[in-house]
Write a protein that binds this ligand. Structure first.
Ligand code: HEC
Length: 137
């Protein structure tokens, strides 16, 4: 039989290892980004970013496939373009399109009770961009 003290120490080691075995930073960020995407973008851009979300039916301008952003931009993910487009700082192709200006409405589905005061928090936004970059074709 092993001494009790030894058993206690090994148990602690196992528990510590279990606790520190978290997902790497990148994966965590993408999970949060996916959450933000699902809440704020998926109804138009589709559950996986490929376009045709539930609200896409009947839209005069359809929501583009966001998994092809990189392909449509010579193989380079246009991070700054997406940032500026989503924050309403770029002209839309069609001024009547339903793409919201998130700098004006905030992440209202992520923070339904106004937790972020209508602002788009920088960290949420970076994580959203990380997620979009990760789903490129
Ligand atoms: C109410 C529907 C709707 C929602 C919600 C929405 N979009 Fe859009 N989005 C559109 C439409 C429609 C267009 C096409 C606009 C245009 O080109 O004028 C578009 C265009 C875009 C584009 C430009 C793509 C390109 O190839 O030019 C990006 C990037 C984008 N949306 C990202 C997002 C992100 C990220 C979110 C969530 C934070 C989001 N959209 C939420 C409808 C929506």
């Amino acid at each position: 039989m092993l001494p009790r003290r030894f058993l206690n120490i090994s148990l602690c080691t196992i528990l510590l290892a279990a606790c520190s075995n978290t997902a790497p930073e990148g994966a965590k960020s993408q999970n949060r980004g996916k959450y933000v995407y699902t809440k704020e973008c998926s109804k138009c851009h589709g559950p996986n970013g490929e376009g045709s979300g539930s609200a896409a039916l009947g839209m005069s301008v359809s929501a583009p496939d966001l998994t092809g952003l990189q392909q449509r931009n010579d193989g380079y993910f246009p991070r700054e373009f997406v940032r500026r487009f989503v924050m309403g700082r770029l002209e839309k192709d069609d001024p009547d399109s339903s793409m919201p200006d998130f700098s004006a409405i905030g992440l209202s589905h992520v923070y339904p009770i106004g937790g972020a005061d209508g602002e788009v928090l920088e960290t949420d936004f970076e994580e959203l961009l990380d997620y979009l970059e990760a789903i490129q074709n």
